[in-house]
Design a protein. Structure first.
Length: 277
């Protein structure tokens, strides 16, 4: 009797689960897509991809330095890197003197020792990349009431972060005629900019990168696509500075486990050699 009751309860559960799946599937077919769902695009990788993708991928320090240059000359005007210290740039191959020069190019919040009033001073290697705005009110006032996000962890805060950043920076375009014809009310509002890689399709940030905007000292072509790829790589490093060490540790662990399996199997055969299977 107990078995029959258990069987009936299980059968009822399976039936309810089946109905739920059917309902979800039918809703997916009948519910119309929103304009964001229909026109939102998924992130695309730059041509050639990134050197750090895959199990054996590593950072290209020259690319990271170019990305740091793009951040410094373009992105730093609006975005901070509050979790990154100037001295961390040593991992990108910068010398101590270069780091001091980079830090000195930023003004960081301070206190006037004589008056106790808020002030600013030249950055030092121990300082972190500062925000270009004194507070959120100033940030909103300068950016159409939108606060530019800190970029320290942006590559991890978005799915497929490296490719997302690249796609977003290169994805600015005019609204498709098809969109406006089907959704006239979806016209990009004044002060916003159409970008199909942004989740709402309209973003407050104007197109930040243009060809010829930054001059690379290593001869790399000064194109917006190269800028986007380089700064995306740099922001991946700021979010995961220990990526290479983590991959190396993972490979070492896998190798150890393989060797350990063979040793364990050999020990088992030795210990039970006199026992028939």
């Amino acid at each position: 009797m107990v078995r029959i009751g258990g069987f009936l309860v299980g059968l009822g559960f399976v039936f309810a689960l089946f109905l739920g799946i059917i309902d979800t599937f039918s809703n997916g077919l009948t519910t119309p897509k929103t304009v964001e769902q229909e026109f939102h695009k998924h992130a695309e990788a730059p041509e050639g991809g990134f050197s750090f993708t895959g199990m054996f991928g590593t950072y290209d320090k020259r690319q990271l330095q170019r990305g740091m240059q793009v951040y410094k000359e373009v992105c730093a005007a609006c975005h901070s890197l509050r979790l990154v210290s100037f001295r961390d740039l040593a991992a990108l191959g910068y010398s101590e003197g270069q780091i001091k020069t980079i830090a000195k190019g930023f003004q960081v919040p301070s206190i006037n020792p004589e008056t106790g009033e808020p002030a600013t001073r030249d950055g030092m290697p121990a300082d972190r990349f500062p925000s270009p705005y004194a507070n959120e009110v100033a940030a909103r006032a300068a950016n159409n009431n939108a606060i530019p996000p800190d970029l320290s962890l942006m590559a991890k805060a978005r799915p497929d972060g490296s490719n997302y950043i690249y796609s977003l920076l290169t994805g600015y375009q005019a609204q498709p005629a098809e969109l406006l014809k089907k959704y006239p009310e979806a016209k990009t509002p004044e002060g916003l900019h159409y970008n199909p890689y942004f989740h709402t399709l309209n973003i407050a940030m104007a197109q930040p990168l243009k060809d010829g905007q930054v001059t690379y000292s290593d001869g790399t072509a000064a194109t917006a696509k190269n800028y986007a790829a380089d700064v995306a790589a740099f922001l991946t490093w700021t979010a995961e500075p220990k990526m290479e060490a983590r991959k190396s540790a993972g490979l070492a662990v896998l190798l150890f486990l393989v060797v350990f399996c063979f040793l364990a199997y050999g020990a088992k055969k030795q210990i039970w050699r006199n026992v028939k299977d």
